[in-house]
Write a protein that binds this ligand. Structure first.
Ligand SMILES: CC(C)(COP(=O)(O)OP(=O)(O)OC[C@H]1O[C@@H](n2cnc3c(N)ncnc32)[C@H](O)[C@@H]1O)[C@@H](O)C(=O)NCCC(=O)NCCS
Ligand SMILES: Nc1ncnc2c1ncn2[C@@H]1O[C@H](COP(=O)(O)OP(=O)(O)OP(=O)(O)O)[C@@H](O)[C@H]1O
Length: 206
């Protein structure tokens, strides 16, 4: 199984690319989805968050994500506190999902991980190649504000918590430039799929 890490910075377009790869028949393990699963009602991770940040971040047993986001993005020590609770849970579920796909003998698996470099998933998991979805910071800021209804300060605080996109691009095997429209993005993803067929020949026959 060829393992491809898909990353970028916040709102550069990873999920949009991973949806296109899924549509092309590739299984995806998405760390943002896992990060939601591990805080579902009744989980011990949610209980630990309640103990650390107070009952105000839970509403009717459900995590109030925007409230917790407002606490941690812009406050480094609170973010570290959240990371210390969540990262072990995310890692363990990610590993289970990767093992599941291994048992299915799929030729290629995409790991969509926003913090691939920051959390050193590239070193701790076997990742054969890395795709970075890049966008200029002003494009990224505009898309982030619009998608998550954030003001300038909230959006910039979120962007600051991640490694600059230029550093990620420097470490990529494949770079997708997402400054253009979605059809330009799709054309690049189609080209990339052709390249992936070279390193995962069995994928071609599926
Ligand atoms: C703080 C939370 C509740 C805010 O939820 P919200 O629905 O607003 O954002 P969402 O989870 O969709 O994340 C959006 C993006 O924010 C960025 N982001 C999320 N968590 C972090 C973090 N700890 N550090 C830096 N960037 C982060 C990522 O680019 C992610 O794609 C949530 O982001 C969270 O639980 N974060 C901790 C889990 C984590 O590390 N997730 C990243 C998986 S590698
Ligand atoms: N080429 C594009 N043109 C216009 N809008 C786009 C383009 N690519 C992505 N978007 C929009 O920008 C926003 C961010 O994209 P997306 O959610 O795919 O980013 P992401 O990198 O997965 O973000 P996150 O790190 O927060 O998970 C979304 O609203 C998406 O629909």
């Amino acid at each position: 199984m060829v393992i491809i890490g898909l990353t970028g910075s916040i709102a550069t377009g990873k999920s949009t690319v991973s949806t296109m790869l899924r549509d092309a028949g590739m299984p995806i393990v998405d760390a943002d989805v896992v990060a939601r699963e591990v805080v579902e009602p009744g989980t011990h991770t949610l209980e630990a968050i309640k103990l650390a940040f107070g009952p105000g971040v839970i509403e009717n047993g459900v995590l109030n994500r925007s409230q917790l986001g407002n606490i941690v993005f812009g406050n480094q020590s609170e973010l570290q506190r959240l990371n210390a609770i969540m990262q072990p849970a995310i890692r363990s579920v990610m590993a289970d999902k990767i093992n599941f796909w291994r048992t299915q003998h799929v030729p290629v698996l995409i790991l969509d991980i926003p913090l691939l470099f920051e959390r050193e998933y590239d070193k701790n998991y076997h990742v054969d190649k890395i795709i970075v979805v890049s966008a200029d910071p002003e494009v990224q800021l505009a898309r982030l504000k619009s998608r998550d209804s954030l003001d300038e300060r909230q959006a910039k605080n979120r962007m600051r918590t991640q490694m600059p996109i230029a550093e990620k691009v420097a470490r990529a095997d494949y770079v997708i430039n997402n400054n253009g429209d979605k059809s330009q993005l799709k054309a690049q993803v189609d080209d990339l799929i052709e390249k992936l067929k070279d390193i995962a020949p069995e994928y071609d026959t599926k």
